[in-house]
Design a protein around this ligand. Sequence first.
Ligand SMILES: Nc1ncnc2c1ncn2[C@@H]1O[C@H](COP(=O)(O)OP(=O)(O)OP(=O)(O)O)[C@@H](O)[C@H]1O
Length: 371
Amino acid sequence: MASVTLRNVAKRYDETEVLRNVNLDINDGEFVVFVGPSGCGKTTLMRMIAGLEDISAGDLNIDGSRMNDVPPAKRGIAMVFQSYALYPHMTLYDNMAFGLKLAGAKKPEIDAAVKNAAKILHIDHLLDRKPKQLSGGQRQRVAIGRAITRKPKVFLFDEPLSNLDAALRVKMRLEFARLHDELKTTMIYVTHDQVEAMTLADKIVVLSAGNVEQVGSPNRLYHAPANRFVAGFIGSPKMNFLGGVVDSVTTDGVLVRFETGETQRVAVEPGKAKVGDNVTVGIRPEHLHIVGTADYGIAARTMTVESLGDAAYLYAESSVAPDGLIARIPPLDHHDKGTTLKLGATPDHCHLFDSDGRAFERKIVEVRSAA
Ligand SMILES: Nc1ncnc2c1ncn2[C@@H]1O[C@H](COP(=O)(O)OP(=O)(O)OP(=O)(O)O)[C@@H](O)[C@H]1O
């Protein structure tokens, strides 16, 4: 186990800065997930920790020792690649033993390490097979097994589930959670899938275009996103955004008025909000409801209803929500296309963002209790 600390870390390729000012504290035994859209710099950040990329500026420490110039093999890290990178001509046993053999370990030690890893990963009955005789999920386990045999202080996983089909991804996701419970080793995991991040992480690092947007527990990111980017990225379907202006500010929060004249109250600390400021109200689909004749919310035109069996989503359009609106509704509710409905949310389920996309602090208890 080990802690990993990054201080003002940056990465430049020639003139292009692809990561800037990364500050991060990863504790002993923590499961940390780097998440963000394609090209945001997740893999580059992980490769810098592994020592596969130079660090252009700043400091990387592992267990308090500066690692910037330490070669990859001496960092106590094992990285599992998206492609698995197995040797096709070797058996699983030899694939998993390879690293230890190379390091000069003795046969009994290698044998014990390989069998232990195979047992943890439930592949002990497959050790004589070659990679091509395995399913995708089994290959993935071998790649992980190879990392486990080296007893690293930190595991790095680069999009490990991206080559698997949806059902297997869910199964292997649970395996990763179990593996972390069992090994209790520090793990850093890269994905662009926010569901993987939410279900696996103790701590999520959200990246966008080379910047760290927010670091926090899954709960914190869901209940108290720091800005509009994180709010839109975490949660599925995506948060609804409605543009309006501050109509009034009270101790209960902010009343937002939309161009249609309609309003929505938002329970946030008003901070520096001033009447007339442009703001965006954020409401997650699970909190946007049909509010009938209530004196809040906005009228929207039904586009379609998508049924998922246990839930349904209503898609609607409104001039104040350029990306459209999505509301979770009871599974058997029916609404004809073109019907006008009033949609809104209780004030404590709304988020508020200023014109730069920064979130106002929410008043509700769930935010305070989210670590
Ligand atoms: N060797 C390189 N030379 C120049 N630019 C690079 C190099 N490697 C990566 N980049 C750029 O750095 C940025 C971050 O890339 P990176 O692979 O870290 O993103 P990512 O978030 O992991 O994306 P993905 O999810 O698509 O793998 C991208 O804009 C990419 O084009």
